[in-house]
Design a protein around this ligand. Structure first.
Ligand code: AHM
Ligand code: MG
Length: 337
C-alpha cells in the first residue's frame, strides 16, 4: 500500500496574510497580521466553547448559576468578552464596536493602535441550544489620518473597510476572509491549532438555484419582494423553480450562498422598516465578502457598501449572492417601487 506523503507546505492564515503583505512591499507593517492573529485566537476559543457548550452548561440564559453557585456566562457574553480582551491586548485597535455592547469601546492610549474592529461575536445565537451552526462576523477599518480613534472612524461607508470576514462554527470551524484582494477560506486544524487554507479564491457562481429568505414574514413583504419570490417559485418559460434553504443563522446561510450560489435576503418590510440585520457588523462585512467573491450586495435599491451609517447599531435591508440572482431582485425594485 502507498503511504500518502506528509504535506509540509501548509498555508496557514497567518502565512497567507503575511504573504499578501509582502506583496504590498514597503507599506506592510505586519500590524494587520497581528490583529488577525487576535481574531484567530478568539475564533479558536469560541469554537472550543461552542463544542463544549452543552457539557459545561454554557447554553441557556445568562444569569443562571452553576453547581458551584457561580454565575454562568451565556456563550454570546463569553464570546464578546474574549473578543474585547484579545483585541485590546493586541495593541492594534483604537475603536471596537460589538453587537453585545450599546456603546463603542474606545481603547485607552496604552493599548491604542490604528484599526477599528466592528463585530458580532456570536451571530445566530438563538440557534445555539439546537446545535445549529453559528458564527462570528467582523469588519476592520483603519482610523482616519489625524484621528485618535473616535466613533466617527466607524461611521463610514463599508467600501472603506480594509478587511472583513466571518468564522462559522459547524462540523469544523471555517474562517472566511477578505483583505480587499479576493476571498479565501480557512479550516481550523484542531491538532495544529491553526487555520489552514482550504478554499482559496472563493467565487460565487454567477447564478444559483437556491433562495434563502424567512418567508414567514411574507405578510409584511413589500411588492418587489413578493413579486420576485413569485417569479422564482412559479417560473414561466419552462425554467425549474428554485429550492428554499433557510437556517436562520446569517453566517451559515451566507456561507452556503457563497459556495453553492443563489440568493440570501433579509429585506426591510412593512413591519421592520429598516430590516433586521445590522449594517456595521453584519451587512457590511458580508457585502464586502460578496463583492470580493464576484457577487452583489444591495438593499434592493442601493449598493450596501455605499451606505453611510448614522449610528453604530443601525439596521439595513439585505440581498446578497449570485450576480444574476441579485440583479433580478434589483429589477423588481425598479419596476414596483
Ligand atoms: P442575532 O444577531 O440576534 O442573532 O440576529 C441575527 C440573525 C441572523 O443570523 C439571521 O440571518 C437572522 O437573525 C434570522 O432572523 P429571523 O429569525 O427573523 O429569520
Ligand atoms: Mg447578529
Amino acid at each position: 500500500t502507498e503511504v500518502e506523503p506528509v504535506n509540509t507546505e501548509i498555508v496557514t492564515l497567518t502565512r497567507h496574510v503575511l504573504n499578501s503583505q509582502f506583496r504590498l512591499g514597503a507599506h506592510a507593517t505586519g500590524d494587520l497580521t497581528l490583529l488577525l492573529t487576535a481574531i484567530q485566537l478568539t475564533s479558536k476559543f469560541i469554537a472550543t466553547n461552542v463544542r463544549k457548550a452543552r457539557l459545561i452548561n454554557l447554553v441557556g440564559l445568562a444569569g443562571e448559576t452553576n453547581v458551584q453557585g457561580e454565575e454562568q456566562k451565556k456563550l454570546d457574553v463569553l464570546a464578546n468578552d474574549i473578543m474585547i480582551n484579545s483585541l485590546r491586548a493586541s495593541g492594534k485597535c483604537a475603536v471596537l464596536v460589538s453587537e453585545e455592547l450599546e456603546d463603542a469601546v474606545i481603547i485607552e492610549d496604552r493599548y491604542k493602535g490604528k484599526y477599528c474592529v466592528v463585530f458580532d461575536p456570536l451571530d445566530g445565537s438563538s440557534n445555539i441550544d439546537a446545535g445549529v451552526n453559528i458564527g462570528t462576523i467582523f469588519g476592520i477599518y483603519e482610523i482616519a489620518k489625524d484621528s485618535k480613534g473616535t466613533i466617527e472612524d466607524v461611521l463610514r461607508p463599508g467600501r472603506e473597510m480594509v478587511a472583513a470576514g466571518y468564522t462559522m462554527y459547524g462540523s469544523s470551524a471555517n474562517l472566511i476572509l477578505t483583505t480587499g484582494n479576493g476571498v479565501d477560506g480557512f479550516t481550523l486544524d484542531a491538532a495544529l491549532g491553526e487555520f489552514v487554507l482550504t478554499h482559496p479564491d472563493i467565487k460565487i457562481p454567477p447564478r444559483g438555484k437556491i433562495y434563502s429568505f424567512n418567508e414567514g414574514n411574507s405578510l409584511y413583504f413589500t411588492k418587489p419582494v413578493v413579486r420576485y419570490l413569485e417569479s422564482i417559485k412559479y417560473p414561466t418559460n419552462g425554467k425549474s423553480p428554485y429550492s428554499a434553504r433557510y437556517i436562520g443563522s446569517m453566517v451559515a446561510d451566507v456561507h452556503r450562498t457563497f459556495l453553492y450560489g443563489g440568493i440570501f435576503g433579509y429585506p426591510s418590510d412593512k413591519k421592520s422598516k429598516s430590516g433586521k440585520l445590522r449594517l456595521l457588523y453584519e451587512a457590511f462585512p458580508m457585502a464586502m465578502l460578496a463583492e470580493q467573491a464576484g457577487g452583489i450586495a444591495t438593499t434592493g435599491t442601493m449598493r450596501i457598501l455605499d451606505i453611510v451609517p448614522k449610528s453604530i447599531h443601525e439596521r439595513c435591508s439585505v440581498f446578497l449572492g449570485s450576480r444574476d440572482d441579485v440583479q433580478d431582485v434589483q429589477r423588481f425594485y425598479k419596476e414596483y417601487e
